[in-house]
Write a protein that binds this ligand. Structure first.
Ligand code: ADP
Ligand code: ADP
Length: 219
């Protein structure tokens, strides 16, 4: 699903964020990405989202060489990737339903399809009964679950999460991880950037470790 071949990313500042990184994540795998702050985790995720391009090397996602992706095709490409953020980035001027519907509205899908998929996504995260609520009235854990529903509403083959449990206590973190497991079990590939060692150790998942831009272990 994801292949990095000798990928180096150097920003315009000269900062080398990734150095000669190679790895492969198979379809349906669930993998942690860890490493100290500044190790290159966000850069790696941005390369997968095609928000950055490598200075050298090759990034391939779902059989697609991202360097060869045309600019006009990037929004279509991103539709197949769900992204979960630490601070969930929900909009507080609209309902839970509308927050989850956002990616589908952007891709111009029909009202019937939106209603069906948004409710299915909210049901999966156990928040169907909150569809009319404003996210500001929800707990932190619930807000994060709305963020996850939004990330999966377009049925992405790949789910990326950047410190998804950063603001949550261990119990809620476990709950979020269980949700990711559910998506993995239906074939979604899940990549989770985290430096929550306790959580990582509790999960028995493959761990990719970056240090100063180098992939020091993957196992
Ligand atoms: P992490 O997510 O593991 O904290 P990042 O990928 O954000 O690591 O950063 C890796 C390195 O690249 C750091 O030294 C960071 O300062 C640098 N970096 C990240 N983004 C940029 C950017 N847009 N321009 C210049 N340097 C950057
Ligand atoms: P920009 O025009 O600023 O480059 P982007 O289109 O790259 O904006 O992305 C805007 C924000 O939405 C980013 O924070 C990005 O991570 C996020 N994003 C991009 N694609 C998706 C997606 N498929 N699902 C959820 N969030 C996404």
């Amino acid at each position: 699903m994801i292949t990095f071949e000798q990928v180096t990313k150097r920003y315009e500042t000269g900062q080398e964020a990734l150095a000669n990184v190679s790895f492969q994540v198979d379809r349906g795998q669930m993998v942690f990405l860890t490493g100290h702050s500044g190790a290159g985790k966000s850069t790696l995720l941005k390369l997968i989202m095609r928000m950055e391009t490598p200075t050298s090397g090759r990034v391939q996602v779902a059989g697609q060489n991202l360097t060869q992706l045309h600019k006009k095709d990037i929004p279509f490409y991103r539709r197949h990737i769900g992204v979960v953020f630490q601070n969930h980035q929900l909009l507080f001027d609209r309902t839970v339903f509308e927050n989850v519907a956002l990616p589908m509205r952007i891709s111009g899908q029909s009202e019937v399809e939106i209603g069906k998929r948004v409710r299915a996504a909210l049901d999966k995260v156990g928040l169907l009964h909150k569809e009319k609520s404003n996210p500001v009235s929800l707990s932190t854990g619930e807000q994060q679950r709305v963020g996850i529903a939004r990330a999966v509403v377009n049925k992405p083959a790949l789910l990326l999460a950047d410190e998804p449990t950063g603001n949550l206590d261990p119990e809620l973190s476990q709950e979020i991880m269980n949700l990711f497991r559910d998506f993995q079990q239906v074939g979604v590939t899940v990549l989770i950037a985290s430096h929550d060692h306790e959580l990582i150790q509790s999960m028995a998942l493959p761990v990719m470790t970056l240090a100063d831009g180098q992939l020091v272990s993957f196992g």
